[in-house]
Design a protein around this ligand. Sequence first.
Ligand code: 4NP
Length: 158
Amino acid sequence: MIRVLFVCLGNICRSPSADAIFRKKLDDHPWLSKRVEVDSAGTAAWHVGKPPDPRSVRVGAERGYDLTPLRARQAVTADFEAFDYILAMDQSNLDNLKDIAPTHYSGHLSLFLDFAGQCGAEVPDPYYGEGDSGFHEVVDMIEAASDGLIKQLEVRLS
Ligand code: 4NP
């Protein structure tokens, strides 16, 4: 089993979107979906236990993704024992993860958009933006990176 954890700041906008989008894309790859588990978390504890932001839920639904079962949790050091891929939405999330990572983490810790072929690129935080456009942009970026990650996992597991 390969375990993938998506991480943002609050775990109510970007990483639950990644969780739902990647899960849905796995549905189209039945062989892979039996071998991959998905979760998401936030580096901050502010929204622990809460459902995703209503704007992420709405835009996700418009784009075919169901975020409603998800609840926020905080990323913890034990996640580095459980997850093979820990994928951060922006550089600040990645820095915060590195602060809590065990020194000898042998899995893959990086920015998620590396898998969209855009090394160093970030999924911008849509939380304080006006309207839905930032949330659609988040979905676009996550869809592209999810396709890249699926290709890599297919190679790794074949
Ligand atoms: P996320 O977005 O990291 O994509 O979940 C945010 C959610 C909440 C806050 C910031 C970013 N906040 O400041 O509460």
